[in-house]
Design a protein around this ligand. Structure first.
Ligand SMILES: NC(=O)C1=CN([C@@H]2O[C@H](COP(=O)(O)OP(=O)(O)OC[C@H]3O[C@@H](n4cnc5c(N)ncnc54)[C@H](O)[C@@H]3O)[C@@H](O)[C@H]2O)[C@@H](O)CC1
Ligand SMILES: [K+]
Length: 477
């Protein structure tokens, strides 16, 4: 299975420019794009159905004019409402070839609205007539098919600086754009369709949709044993906060680590003992954690879920261990405002380190980083030398070498206490099995999303560690 590339607006324009430089015909490209829009529109229309095409001043509008002509030729009743006449180029040619009904219209009178106001060329918030058209289309109740990207959504960031079209479906071209997958853009996109319009396949792109094409799950050989599959240490929280680390430990075991041990003080372990069976327990403080981590049986470490006041010392010991390591929650907050110091420790560590902040933890750890979720995760990975999972429904995974992935399968049901602890555990379990950092992080995010999707309403984090993870793994191996 191939990874699905994602291209920024600039990368799409570069791909088009390269193709044009080799003699590719830009109007033919527009016609192919519009053909895909018309085909998608036709499947949503009754015979002779009424279509309103909202056309902007650029090539997105050009796609709209060509689609209008194709739909009219196919017997649909098409009207175009133009925001402004295209000035020149392909869009002007497309507008010139449209001879049908043109002018203002009540969008509620149509069976379908085709949104061709703005695509990847959106440069500022929608105002005035553009804003009015978008609000009227959204309020009309008619389904909206967006051309390339819902008008008002920034193709690179998913940001909606003003108003934006609420599409039921978006027909985009060549590859997905970050704005289709990052929030809030994803909520405006509806069903995303990606049409091949004849550009050469995007290869070696640093950004991809998170999915099985990006990583491969480990399958144990028949002659393996538990420590060959990978031992994991998870730092246990204190006596009144043991749940988070227990979720992480259980998830690591489910994800395929051969043996998982919770390490902590005696009181905490007595609580853990009342709950766990296959997960083992070992008494120790921060130095003890470091000593246990030195065992060749231990292949990955997880510090942070519910870690409590020891978080910094244990994270420090873990960072000296030379073992693949995941830092989450309290272990991230322990380094708040000290990203550069943490980066020095990570760079000395020389083995994969995963940082798994949610937005709040990210802001505390990297207060100087701004921009889109994608840009911030990439900057944090470059700064820290770690693979960063910036969590959320549009979770971004970024590696220090510039690779990044966006996860789009996480349902809202995953927004529940302990969900991040399970993600940390799955990712640590992947690290323990020798999966490289970026792939381990991406696989964990995908598995977590799939498990959440299967469980649905009523999901609690304990469920995520249950048989559902086994089912998800079995479906993907
Ligand atoms: N370049 C190509 O060959 C192809 C482009 N395609 C289409 O072309 C689109 C990109 O076309 P363009 O680069 O012309 O960009 P757009 O059509 O997205 O918009 C650019 C125009 O909108 C104006 N504009 C931007 N933001 C505005 C705002 N907030 N309010 C008012 N005006 C605003 C700009 O000044 C410019 O005139 C793609 O999204 C896609 O739909 C497709 O036809 C495939 C081929
Ligand atoms: K659009």
């Amino acid at each position: 299975m191939r990874a699905q590339p994602i291209l920024s607006a600039a990368a799409i324009r570069a791909a088009e420019a390269a193709w044009f430089a080799n003699g590719g015909d830009s109007f033919a490209l527009m016609q192919r794009a519009a053909g895909e829009v018309a085909r998608a529109a036709a499947t949503r229309l009754p015979p002779g159905g009424r279509v309103l095409v909202l056309a902007g001043p650029g090539n997105n509008g050009g796609d709209g004019y060509v689609a209008a002509r194709l739909l009219a030729d196919a017997g649909f009743a098409v009207q175009v409402t133009a925001l402004a006449a295209p000035g020149a180029g392909d869009a002007a040619r497309a507008a010139g070839e449209w001879c049908g009904a043109t002018g203002p219209a009540d969008p509620a009178r149509f069976d379908l609205i085709v949104d061709a106001l703005f695509g990847i060329g959106l440069a500022r918030p929608l105002e005035g007539e553009a804003e009015r058209l978008v609000l009227a289309a959204n309020a009309s109740g008619a389904p909206i098919l967006a051309v390339d990207i819902p008008s008002g959504v920034d193709a690179d960031t998913g940001a909606v600086p003003g108003v934006a079209i609420n599409a039921v479906e978006t027909m985009t071209f060549h590859t997905a754009k970050p704005g289709h997958l990052l929030l809030p853009g994803r909520l405006h996109t509806g069903r995303l369709q990606i049409a091949d319009i004849g550009l050469p396949p995007a290869q070696g792109t640093p950004l991809a949709l998170n999915g099985p094409g990006l990583w491969r799950l480990p399958v144990p050989d028949a002659d393996t044993h538990k420590y060959a599959r990978g031992g994991v240490l998870v730092w246990s929280g204190p006596v009144l906060a043991t749940g988070a680390s227990r979720l992480a430990a259980t998830a690591a075991l489910r994800a395929g680590a051969g043996a998982v041990t919770l390490v902590g003080d005696r009181e905490a372990l007595l609580v853990q003992a009342a709950h766990v069976t296959a997960v083992m327990l070992a008494e120790g403080d921060a130095q003890g954690f470091g000593r246990l981590a030195a065992s060749p049986k231990v292949k990955a470490l997880c510090v942070g879920p519910g870690a409590g006041p020891q978080a910094r010392c244990v994270a420090g010991a873990a960072l000296q261990s030379g073992k693949p390591l995941l830092l989450d929650a309290d272990a991230l907050t322990a380094f708040a405002g000290e990203a550069e110091h943490l980066a020095r420790l990570i760079r000395r560590h020389d083995r994969p380190v995963l940082l798994t902040p949610h937005e709040g933890e990210f802001a505390r750890l990297f207060p100087g980083l701004s921009g889109s979720k994608l840009a911030r995760a990439q900057a944090a990975a470059a700064l820290s030398g770690a693979v960063v999972i910036l969590k959320g429904a549009d979770g971004v995974i970024a590696a220090p070498d510039g690779r990044a992935a966006i996860t789009a399968n996480a349902p809202g049901w995953l927004a529940t206490a302990g969900s991040g602890d399970v993600l940390a555990g799955i990712a640590t379990g992947m690290l323990a099995q020798g999966i490289p950092g970026f792939e381990a992080a991406a696989a964990a995010c995908f598995l977590h999303g799939e498990a959440g999707g299967r469980l649905g309403p009523g999901l609690i984090s304990e469920d995520l560690c249950g048989p559902v993870l086994r089912e998800v793994l079995a479906a993907l191996i």
